[in-house]
Design a protein around this ligand. Structure first.
Ligand code: DGL
Length: 271
């Protein structure tokens, strides 16, 4: 079999970076965990803000976007790429692994830890339509749900609230109440934040559901998996730590929201 068409390799001298992408700014919640686990690496982040949200797009569309973004990150020097998006993982992780030779680290809703954590025997999963309808999510339930009842809730509109920086507005509150109420009514004591945008809503969610409900996401698990998958020379690299941000959308708008979510003023370039 021939070499895959997109089997691009980074220049050795530049291959000291880790690439991360998401449909928008949600993947920054994962990037924070990556930075905490890898304090000395160069991190490259691209937000596909020009095409957000992915949740209602076709599999083919998301696969094509994921291929383009991965190619972009490899060209910028990424020696590994993290798909910091549950929806893109469900649609495209397998094809990316066929198209690229570098490690592709992807994510999935935290069903396994939630099943281990629940005391009521009911777990709620908040995610996009794309994630919840995927074959990958069905397989995840098949593998880990066991006797635990899993109640799913698609959350249209939530990603857009985070993209707009509305982490605590009346509209965001109303959506969260609407999406969590059915899960709490069914007896869920553990909620999976199955989209990388949702950890930015964690303070508001925690306030709304109260202290007896556990909120779980996979950001840190993905960062740990990345460290395991990285070539040792990249883990040992001691370049000055830096983050570089790009967007496929409006750079000014992205700079405002990414600075808000990252916690300091960052420069964002247009792809
Ligand atoms: N942040 C994404 C996820 O983890 C995608 C959200 C979207 O664009 O619909 O699923």
């Amino acid at each position: 079999m021939g070499r895959p068409a997109h089997n691009v390799r980074a220049e050795p001298s530049a291959a000291v970076a880790i690439g991360v992408f998401d449909s928008g700014v949600g993947g920054l919640s994962v990037l924070k965990h990556i930075r905490a686990r890898l304090p000395r690496q160069r991190l490259l982040y691209v937000a596909d803000s020009g095409h957000v949200p992915y949740g209602d797009k076709t599999i083919e569309y998301i696969r094509e976007r994921s291929r383009k973004l991965t190619e972009f990150l490899v060209e910028k020097g990424a020696a590994a790429v993290v798909v910091a998006c549950n929806t893109a993982t469900a649609a495209a992780a397998a094809t990316l692994r066929e198209q690229f030779t570098i490690p592709i680290v992807a994510m999935e809703p935290a069903v396994k830890p939630a099943v281990a954590a629940t005391r009521s025997g009911v777990v709620g999963v908040l995610a996009t339509v794309g994630t919840l309808e995927s074959a990958k999510f069905a397989a995840l339930l098949e593998q880990y749900a066991g006797d635990v009842e899993i109640v799913t809730q698609a959350c249209p509109g939530l990603v857009e609230q985070v993209e707009a920086g509305e982490l605590d507005s009346p509209a965001t509150r109303a959506l969260l109440v609407r999406y969590t109420e059915p899960l709490l009514t069914r007896g869920a004591d553990t909620l999976v934040l199955g989209c990388t945008h949702y950890p930015f809503l964690r303070p508001l969610l925690a306030e709304l559901v109260g202290p007896n409900v556990t909120l779980i996401d996979t950001g840190d698990a993905v960062a740990r998996q990345l460290v395991r998958r990285l070539p040792p020379e990249l883990v040992a690299a001691s370049v000055a730590p830096a983050e570089h941000f790009w967007t496929t959308g409006d750079a000014g708008a992205a700079q405002r929201i990414m600075s808000q979510l990252w916690g300091r003023l960052v420069a964002v370039a247009a792809v």
